[in-house]
Ligand binder design. Structure first.
Ligand SMILES: Cc1cc2nc3c(=O)[nH]c(=O)nc-3n(C[C@H](O)[C@H](O)[C@H](O)COP(=O)(O)OP(=O)(O)OC[C@H]3O[C@@H](n4cnc5c(N)ncnc54)[C@H](O)[C@@H]3O)c2cc1C
Length: 282
């Protein structure tokens, strides 16, 4: 089910999985990588952009109540393996960070839709910052395997936060890195960079995730390129993740018709041009 919030779509088959922690380590000072082995096939039913609800453990210090949404960072090669890359930020992720290899965690999914992508594309442009890297890594992999050229604009506070290796995972890409530390990630500078890249490289599609600022910037720039497919994976706060609690609704403009849609259910991937107003991340 690709991004088509206004048209709706078929729901994915959702299941609860008991998972064993196979690998779990720090990637840098803020992010951890976790690889899980599920009790049933999981990789082949999971698509780029989809997410799982994770039951973070209770520890002496932390008692996370709600499940936490986390994008699929990778799946396979065995059909019961799934990977997440996460920012250790609050109660849930701090508790999750204590899980030992060999320990267990329950996850529910796959949830949500996927990116619109065609192996017939010539080139895609991905614009990523922060946890957006984890969400878009499977898309980069899919494009690479299909022989589609990739340009990646990667934005970070400093070179130490970039995680280029973790994002590309061996895929070849034309990488343009921008940083807060030297001002190259400013809205003005990135807007010029994106316009230049669209002119020079003519990508078929542009994708983003992880930054409100980048989303709004792309919305403005892409107004001038209506032929380019443009999608964002949104990271709205959510409770149930299954469309029931309505805590993640956002307003979208569907052909002039303003509608509230659930990020967890009709998304998390939406056409960039249909997002209305502010989103609460980055
Ligand atoms: C569809 C989806 C996919 C996501 N994928 C990833 C991922 O791959 N890797 C990753 O590190 N994070 C991802 N997130 C964000 C992740 O869910 C939150 O960081 C996590 O729930 C924080 O839980 P916590 O208990 O550790 O933090 P909390 O104590 O709940 O919050 C700590 C900080 O995180 C912020 N936060 C909490 N929930 C969210 C949220 N849903 N979105 C954005 N910020 C939030 C809070 O505002 C606060 O600043 C995703 C969110 C969504 C909705």
């Amino acid at each position: 089910m690709s991004a088509s919030p206004c048209g709706g779509g078929k729901a994915a088959t959702v299941a609860s999985h008991r998972c064993r922690v196979v690998e779990h380590y720090w990637v840098n000072q803020r992010y951890k990588y976790i690889r899980l082995e599920a009790d049933s096939p999981i990789a082949t039913v999971t698509q780029a952009g989809q997410f799982y609800q994770l039951k973070c453990p209770t520890t002496a210090e932390h008692e996370p109540f709600l499940l936490r949404p986390m994008s699929v960072y990778g799946a396979g090669p065995e059909d019961n393996r799934i990977e997440f890359l996460y920012n250790v930020t609050g109660v849930g992720t701090k508790a999750m960070a204590t899980l030992p290899e060999g320990g267990y965690m329950d996850i529910v999914g796959p949830l949500g839709n996927t990116f619109t992508f065609s192996p017939g594309y010539r080139r895609i442009l991905v614009v990523a910052r922060g946890v957006g890297l984890a969400t878009m890594a499977p898309l980069v992999r899919e494009a690479s395997q299909a022989g589609v050229a990739i340009t990646a604009v990667m934005s970070a506070r400093s070179p130490a936060d970039l995680m280029e290796k973790e994002f590309l995972r061996g895929a070849v890409a034309d990488v343009r890195s921008v940083f807060d530390a030297d001002g190259s990630s400013s809205v003005e500078a990135v807007a010029i960079l994106i316009r230049d890249l669209i002119h020079e490289q003519q990508p078929d599609a542009v994708y983003t995730c992880g930054s409100q600022r980048l989303l709004m910037l792309l919305q403005r720039v892409l107004n001038d390129y209506p032929h380019v497919t443009a999608e964002v994976a949104m990271e709205q706060h959510m409770a149930c993740g299954m469309g029931v609690c309505l805590s993640c609704v956002r307003m979208f403009d569907c052909d002039g018709d303003r509608r509230f849609l659930r990020v967890c259910r009709e998304g998390p991937v939406f056409p960039i041009r249909e997002v209305v107003g502010e989103v609460e991340f980055g």
